[in-house]
Write a new protein. Sequence first.
Lengths: 108, 108
Amino acid sequence: MKKTFGEYIRTLRNESELTLTQLAAKLDLDSANLSKIENGIREFDDKRLEKLADVFNLDLEKLKTEFYSDFIAKKLYEVDCDNQVLLLAEEKIKYLKQKNLIQGKLKF
Amino acid sequence: MKKTFGEYIRTLRNESELTLTQLAAKLDLDSANLSKIENGIREFDDKRLEKLADVFNLDLEKLKTEFYSDFIAKKLYEVDCDNQVLLLAEEKIKYLKQKNLIQGKLKF
DNA sequence: TTTATATTTGTCACAAATTGACAAGTCATA
DNA sequence: TATGACTTGTCAATTTGTGACAAATATAAA
């Protein structure tokens, strides 16, 4: 999805013809803060991902993908890094998984 | 580099035959905390990346790549997401850059 | 073993960042 | 101009991260 996560929520909300207040209530959130989330001023809290999936009947895994890719994109945009970082990250994830297989739970 | 950032620092430090106390001093850091960083218990603070590059004569851009890829890998490992997320992130970075060209500075 | 040095671990007050909440503002339209 | 929808500003409260230091544990040489 070529959108920020906030824009994505706004799209979903508009498609469902909900007002900020209505959706905010479903997500147990202040409507003013939801407005900021949609506009990229505040972050959506990942502890509400499940609720969000419920409200719009979305697959939670896909929603997580949408959410965390957004998180990463913002971070890398902010620190002005990209391609190489993503490739390396992929390798490091493998490394962490393998390490975890060997050692059990990691410290972080 | 197939290592965590902490492990990478430890390698650099050992190669230079510095003690935790010595390196910590150069980085203006408590040696106990540096120990935790090397062991992945605490995070290295990105505001010290430049200092770290100086101490070991490293290219700052490469160091940033090392650092942020680690950051991403840990995050995705923690939330148990990967491949798809990285691909999407790449697209989103492009989207953010293009959006910024059009609109000027973003809000985050 | 004792001593010295290096490293690790635990803790905690403080600082920084994030969030929830609410007031007050703008905007659009009937 | 009244109403509902949305945006913006602010701030106390919470959460999270950091610096600092004490204490425990290794490691190795005398």
